[in-house]
Design a protein around this ligand. Structure first.
Ligand SMILES: *Cc1c(COP(=O)(O)O)cnc(C)c1O
Length: 357
């Protein structure tokens, strides 16, 4: 193995790449990882030497606090390659800001900006071959931070590990999803951690989602925890409703995650002359709109699927179907707009693309 010392970063390269064993035409989301990973530990009140090392298992004490108290946060972002082989990230500054916001909420130290960007771009350069060009192909990037101090008393950790791992993904169309509107379970609550990408938020969603799946639905539309009357998020995505020609989404709050896709969709819709209302939206409003035929679309927005269309929702044992607008839907148009910007196929008016050099 060769050790190269750049300004801050220690790089230990793999002896030989695993890439030849990977079938890029047959990828299952989140199961294949690139050759390298980024690691940086926080010890004695300081972030230590950041490193890039071969991807692989790492020893950890069973008493590491993350296993007991769930002190863990993460991010999800993507890198894209255009037809010239140039690599781009999409609004990575937003993910960087957000992981530190999540860290603060979980009583974890913030990660330094230079380490994040130097680590990320160096890692992407090393594993560039793993990014396939072509619209829809991308490299899913998972930065995360965990509490590693081997102490099981219930208190914040004194030591942490910040890591970045990468997984190649191909475009996948799972079809439209049917959702249940939550009337009992909640994803988040006032004063809680709903706005943070805390690992535990996901664990808490698995059980109610499993119950929805047993009833033949794929996801849950979360409502406010106090009254279950306001629509908040769809699964792990932000959610948009189109009534007539107006797009409506809930304002962010401490219960709702401030999604990068959400804010990009709002901007692109406005660029396209679509009226967007960011305001609280009641379940009753979409039930009424469905009954009088003015509810045209519902879709989720998030990095992994970009936009995920919803074909029906269930509320109080009644199922409400949505029409299939095909390529005339706002969802289809906005998704195409977004992919074109991400893949360097369209003008980037808002400076969202971040070239990786
Ligand atoms: C990550 C996430 C989103 C989507 O955020 P993006 O930045 O668009 O990927 C939405 N809701 C929840 C709960 C999330 O965890």
């Amino acid at each position: 193995m060769s050790n190269i010392n750049t300004s801050n970063l220690l790089i230990e390269k793999v002896e030989s790449s695993k890439i030849k064993g990977v079938d890029f035409s047959n990828l299952t989301f989140g199961t294949t990882f690139t050759d390298h990973m980024f690691v940086c530990d926080y010890v004695n009140g300081e972030w230590q030497q950041p490193k890039i090392v071969p991807y692989g298992p790492m020893p950890m004490e069973p008493s590491a606090r993350v296993f007991h108290y769930g002190q863990a946060v993460f991010e999800g972002m993507k890198a894209y390659k255009d037809e010239h082989g140039d690599v781009f990230l999409f609004r990575p500054d937003e993910n960087f800001r957000r992981i530190n916001k999540s860290c603060s909420r979980l009583a974890m130290p913030e990660f330094p900006e230079e380490y994040f960007f130097e680590g990320l771009t160096t890692l992407l350069n090393l594993d560039k071959e793993w990014i396939q060009s072509g619209v829809g192909n991308s490299l899913y990037i998972r930065p995360f931070a965990i509490a590693i101090e081997p102490v099981i008393s219930a208190a914040p950790s004194e030591s942490y590990r910040f890591m970045i791992i990468c997984s190649p993904v191909s475009p996948y169309y799972k079809g439209k999803v049917k959702v249940v509107i939550a009337e009992h379970f909640s994803r988040s609550a006032d004063g809680g951690v709903g706005y943070a990408k805390a690992a535990g938020n996901y664990a808490a969603q698995f059980y109610p989602t499993k119950l929805a799946q047993e009833k033949g639905f794929q996801q849950i539309i979360w409502t406010d925890s106090n009254t279950h009357t306001f629509l908040e998020e769809a699964g792990t995505m932000n959610v948009f409703f189109r009534i007539n020609d107006t797009l409506i989404t809930a304002p962010t709050s401490d219960r709702i995650l401030d999604g990068v896709t959400r804010k990009s969709v709002i901007q692109l819709a406005r660029d396209n002359g679509i009226t967007v209302e960011v305001r609280p939206i009641k379940v009753q409003e979409i039930v009424d709109a469905s009954n009088d035929g003015t509810l045209k679309e519902i879709f989720g927005a998030g990095t992994a699927a970009v936009i995920s269309e919803i074909s029906a929702f269930e509320y109080r044992d009644e199922v409400y179907d949505l029409q299939d607008l095909g390529s005339n839907s706002y969802a289809a148009k906005l998704k195409q707009n977004m992919l074109n910007i991400q893949h360097n196929l369209a003008e980037d008016k808002h400076n969202w693309r971040y070239p990786v050099n």
